[in-house]
Design a protein. Structure first.
Length: 345
């Protein structure tokens, strides 16, 4: 019996069916069922022992976790797809379990990208990323031609980012608009000033960001909190370091959050716009312009007894209305309208 089957036996009923998971509980209930520790039960790890029963020095929880997941094989693209089909078509719990555990290292890699922004405990980010990974398994469509790891990365990042933003307030770094602005803009503004030949002293930074000088000083101190050393070995028996786990390229947190917030804002405003349309325009908007599998121009025209060309013209009119609507609803719409809507003909 392979490694996954053995793990699946030990954790019977732990994660699946995914539809029954209470994501807000972050698998707290599931931890009570464990016979051996898994990623989210790091606080209750037993002390390792030698074969003769002699107690060893306990692992650091993070190293222990990384050591545990390092032996889990990574799936090939074809294996990944077959498992995803088994889960989607047949609700195969073992297939879903394999997809989760084989991607736990992906969660660690992504969590490390954001550790600069959450220096309290990297395991917090890993736990949230694991929940995002489970959501990805639940929602993944293997027939869309996208690799699961690509799709899962979005969900993992989304949960990690939400956790960071929700919890910065607990450490008094996101309670005001000025603090949130500083959190994302401070480093960028200092680099900009240095390139221009200015010394990025707190007073100058504060003036440029329209915040108080003492807030800049305070945020500077908080953001300089010591981070995990990327040269530290993952485990005593491993030559791999935390730095080896980092992906080849990373995207700044502010860019991710900016993109996510923009998409969320756009979705809200487009729903409001949709409700403002007349019946025929609304249906063309829904079934042609916003649908994952849009009707053809001919199909849409047949429904309303109009030509395909007329459907195309109506689409253009709707698009123009949408631009005008969003320009009124979204501040600085013209600055990033290219990311929101297709260009005009």
């Amino acid at each position: 019996m392979d490694h996954f089957q053995e793990k699946n036996r030990e954790t019977k009923g732990l994660f699946f069916p995914l539809d029954g998971i209470n994501m807000k509980g972050k698998m707290a209930k599931a931890s009570k069922k464990l016979k051996r520790p898994l990623p989210d039960e790091l606080g209750a790890l037993e002390t390792p022992q030698r074969a003769n029963g002699e107690e060893l020095a306990p692992y650091d929880p993070l190293r222990r976790y990384l050591h545990e997941i390092s032996s889990i094989p990574i799936l090939s693209e074809e294996e990944e797809r077959k498992l995803a089909i088994r889960y989607r078509e047949h609700g195969d719990r073992e297939a879903a379990f394999k997809m989760v555990v084989s991607n736990l290292r992906l969660v660690v890699k992504i969590a490390l990208e954001y550790h600069h922004y959450w220096t309290t405990n990297l395991l917090d980010l890993i736990q949230e990323g694991n929940v995002g990974l489970m959501q990805a398994v639940k929602r993944f469509d293997p027939y869309r031609g996208v690799r699961f790891t690509t799709y899962a990365s979005f969900w993992i990042r989304a949960y990690i980012l939400k956790f960071i933003m929700d919890n910065w307030r607990l450490v008094r770094i996101g309670t005001t608009q000025a603090q949130r602005k500083l959190f994302f803009d401070l480093k960028k503004e200092k680099e900009r000033l240095e390139k221009m030949g200015f010394d990025p002293v707190p007073k100058l930074v504060a003036e440029n960001l329209s915040v108080k000088e003492d807030e800049v000083i305070s945020m500077d101190q908080r953001m300089e909190t010591a981070e995990i050393s990327l040269d530290t070995q993952v485990g005593e028996d491993s030559k791999e370091t935390y730095g080896d786990l980092l992906p080849a390229g990373t995207t700044p947190l502010d860019e991710h959050l900016g993109e996510m917030e923009l998409k969320e804002l756009l979705a809200q405003k487009l729903e409001k716009f949709r409700l403002s349309l007349k019946e025929r325009e609304r249906e063309i908007f829904e079934k042609r312009m916003m649908a994952d599998k849009p009707l053809t121009l001919r199909e849409m025209g047949q429904k309303y007894n109009i030509s395909p060309e007329r459907v195309r013209q109506i689409e253009g009119e709707i698009l123009q209305k949408a631009r005008e609507f969003l320009r009124q609803e979204i501040p600085d719409f013209d600055a990033y309208k290219g990311a929101l809507l297709p260009p005009s003909d």
